[in-house]
Design a protein around this ligand. Structure first.
Ligand SMILES: C[S@@+](CC[C@H](N)C(=O)[O-])C[C@H]1O[C@@H](n2cnc3c(N)ncnc32)[C@H](O)[C@@H]1O
Length: 337
């Protein structure tokens, strides 16, 4: 069965009739050498799931002082750093929250976040509004091919030899679940009939409760499957109206958990892993936060374990602890055995 679409990855094997999403918004790295670009509108979290998008009309204006207060608050709470020239993002994305709470200014909203009795639930909403959840099944196929052929098969062989058929994978910043489900499909395709004899868990975490709820539901539209091989869709999804429902046997391999990567105590809850995927997440953070999170990953990995990051991300100037292994189309970051 063709597990990967033909290279290059942009050639989707099943034509999608769904309109592409509007551009995703990304947070700039404070001290990163090449900060990611921003677009002014945040798309719906997932086109098929009816999750909220932000209205862009009638923005409440944010003063410089209010912006700095909120920027520092957001950084303190989740490590996402919004550069000063992205002030309009705060206005675009948070004006609706202010209106829904019947507040008038960003100053009032800041005090609500700090002191109101409902501040914990508002913090969750804030995270949902400021994060970018862009993802898809089979994102970056060349990297996934290396994962399967150069890493997964080797790890499975080693574990078979030791007689411990226990494998732990962590998908950090999993958004609506497309990444961990893709890993579960690859595992299923690799182990086939052997799978039931293995103790496998993919821990998939995110900051946003809304994306985790969507991930647990496992219903996707065609757009989420735009780079997924047709044979994979036929084998692992059931059509339900406009949606594609994920095979429940894949759900059993994954634990979706709410964990903030910038919180050491929360990160410690993740069982030690053989392999970590953290793709298109550290791009949100400044270098200080990147260093901290990459160190968490290093500590979490079992000896000889490895880390996969997004193709536009790098550990240059962030960590020297890992040994980079260069493969065609991807780098595997290895912890010493
Ligand atoms: C662009 S998506 C990437 C999804 C997937 N890894 C992929 O590459 O397709 C980034 C995800 O990271 C999550 N995220 C951002 N900051 C986070 C934090 N501090 N802790 C946990 N998740 C976070 C966002 O909520 C979002 O769902």
């Amino acid at each position: 069965m063709a597990l990967f679409p033909p290279f290059p990855s942009t050639s989707a094997s099943r034509p999608s009739s769904a309109a592409p999403r509007p551009g995703a918004v990304q947070q700039a790295g404070r001290t990163a050498s090449a900060p990611p670009s921003f677009l002014s509108a945040k798309p719906p979290l997932s086109p098929s799931l009816g999750l909220p998008s932000t209205g862009l009309s009638r923005s409440v204006r944010v003063s410089q002082e209010e912006f700095l207060q909120l920027r520092d608050f957001i950084y303190e709470k989740c490590g996402i750093y919004i550069a000063e020239n992205r002030k309009y993002l705060i206005e675009n994305r948070l004006s609706n929250r202010i209106k829904e709470l019947n507040l008038k200014t960003f100053g009032e909203y800041y005090y609500y976040l700090r002191f109101d009795g409902n501040r914990q639930s508002e913090l969750i909403k804030l995270f949902e509004v400021i994060t970018t959840n862009e993802t898809s099944f089979y994102r970056n196929p060349p990297q996934l091919r290396i994962f399967q052929e150069a890493e997964l098969m080797t790890v499975l062989d080693k574990l078979r030899k030791t007689g411990t058929r226990k494998l732990r994978i962590w998908s950090a910043g999993c958004s609506t679940g497309e990444e961990p489900y893709t890993l579960a499909i690859i595992l299923n395709e690799t182990l086939k009939a052997e799978l039931p004899s293995w103790d496998i868990r993919i821990t998939a975490n995110d900051l946003s409760e809304a994306v985790l709820a969507a991930a647990r539901k496992g219903a996707y539209n065609e757009y989420a499957l735009r780079t997924t091989p047709a044979a994979v869709i036929d084998r692992y999804f059931t059509k339900d109206g406009a949606n594609f429902l994920i095979d429940p046997k894949l759900k059993r391999l994954i634990s979706f958990v709410s964990i903030n990567l910038s919180d050491k105590n929360q990160v410690r809850r993740v069982e030690r892993s053989h392999i970590i995927f953290c793709r298109n997440v550290i791009i949100y953070f400044d270098d200080e936060m990147k260093k901290q999170i990459i160190e968490f990953f290093y500590d979490n990995l079992l000896p000889g374990g490895c880390l996969f990051i997004g193709h536009s991300e790098s550990l240059h100037n962030i960590s020297r602890a890992f040994k980079p292994e260069h493969h065609s189309g991807t780098i595997i970051y290895r912890k010493e055995a």
